[in-house]
Structure formats: structure tokens, C-alpha cells
Design a binder for this molecule. Structure first.
Ligand code: FES
Ligand code: FES
Length: 191
């Protein structure tokens, strides 16, 4: 009798603990829906693929680059819910609720965004592998801090690396977009 009661209690606990288990996905492809650049994009992908892999390999959005693939260089930077993230370091399946922006969203009617144009004007690119990551990171950075000092910029952009060493041009491009520069340029034009 005693042992029967014990068995029943154990069984109930087992049922409770089984029902509390998180759902298991994979290992094969599963449906994934991502909100990218204002569009819901549906695909199937293995649940262990990163956001970067799904963007590039499944959705054809190759602007974010796979360089270090270890959350070090920033070449894969995209914006998720307004914040800069390394797309190589998060699973696509985990960000299905996020609003994701990639470099492909910046140009409009075939024209680069003002920041992209500033990169061109400042000759801020050599091989270009880091460029889309820098542009996306700087887009979010300037939204957070529209009038940065040089020191703000150095600290705020430290998550992106350029192996070609085009930091002078990148700095010039980002500072050209700061409010102070823009308003002083307007004043200069008016004066
Ligand atoms: S490729 Fe993601 S941080 Fe380098
Ligand atoms: S332009 Fe080559 S890594 Fe930055």
C-alpha cells in the first residue's frame, strides 16, 4: 500500500515535469518567419542556423557579411528592435518576434542613404567586407547619439573592426552626419 502511494506520487510529478519541458525543434528544417525590413519573410531552416546564415543563405539578403563568425568584428551587424546586434551570434529561430533591419533597407529609389553617401564621399572603404556592418552600426549609433564627439564615436563604434584600416574615412563619414556638422554646414551655406 505504502509503495503503491509512492509510485502514484512519482508518476504525477513525472507528468508535471514532462509538461513543463520546452518544445523541441529539429534537428531537421522547421518553418521560420522573420520580420525583415518591414516584410514578413517565411522560409524553412534548421533551428541551429544563425540569423546571419538564414538572411544570407535562405532569404538572399547578403549585405550582412560573415567574416569572423564569432561576435568579434561586427561585419554581420544588423539592427533588431532598434539595437545593433551581431547576426552571426543569434539563432534565427529565436528572433522571430523582432523587427530586423538590414543594410538592404537603407537605400531608397536606388539612392544610397545619406550615411551611405557619406561613406562614399569620405572614401571610407577598401575591400568593403566591413562596410555594411559599419553602416548599420553607425545608423543605430547616430539614432542613439545624433551629435557625438570623437570620443563618443570611438567608444560607440568599438564593436566594429576594419582590417583594411579605413578608420579615418569611417570617422569622417560618421561625424559628417552629426547634427552639429549638419547645422553648421547649413549655416555656412546660408552665410
Ligand atoms: S561575422 Fe559576426 S561579428 Fe564578425
Ligand atoms: S574596408 Fe576592408 S575590412 Fe574594412
Amino acid at each position: 500500500m505504502k509503495s503503491g502511494k509512492k509510485t502514484g506520487g512519482t508518476s504525477a510529478r513525472t507528468v508535471r515535469s514532462r509538461s513543463a519541458q520546452p518544445p523541441v525543434f529539429g534537428p531537421g528544417p522547421v518553418p521560420i518567419r522573420l520580420n525583415v525590413n518591414g516584410q514578413i519573410l517565411a522560409t524553412t531552416a534548421e533551428p541551429w542556423l544563425t540569423l546571419l546564415q538564414v538572411l544570407r543563405q535562405k532569404l538572399g539578403l547578403t549585405g550582412a557579411k560573415q567574416v569572423c563568425d564569432h561576435a568579434t568584428c561586427g561585419a554581420c551587424t544588423v539592427i533588431a528592435n532598434g539595437k545593433r546586434v551581431y547576426a552571426c551570434s543569434m539563432l534565427a529561430i529565436d528572433v522571430q518576434d523582432a523587427e530586423i533591419k538590414t543594410i538592404e533597407s537603407l537605400a531608397s529609389n536606388g539612392k544610397p542613404s545619406p550615411l551611405q553617401q557619406a561613406f562614399v564621399d569620405a572614401d571610407a572603404s577598401q575591400c568593403g567586407y566591413c562596410t555594411s556592418g559599419f553602416v548599420m552600426s553607425a545608423t543605430a549609433f547616430l539614432a542613439e547619439n545624433p551629435d557625438p564627439t570623437l570620443d563618443d564615436l570611438r567608444k560607440g563604434m568599438c564593436g566594429n573592426l576594419c582590417r583594411c584600416g579605413t578608420y579615418a574615412g569611417i570617422t569622417e563619414a560618421i561625424l559628417a552626419m552629426s547634427q552639429t556638422k549638419t547645422s553648421s554646414r547649413k549655416k555656412a551655406r546660408r552665410g
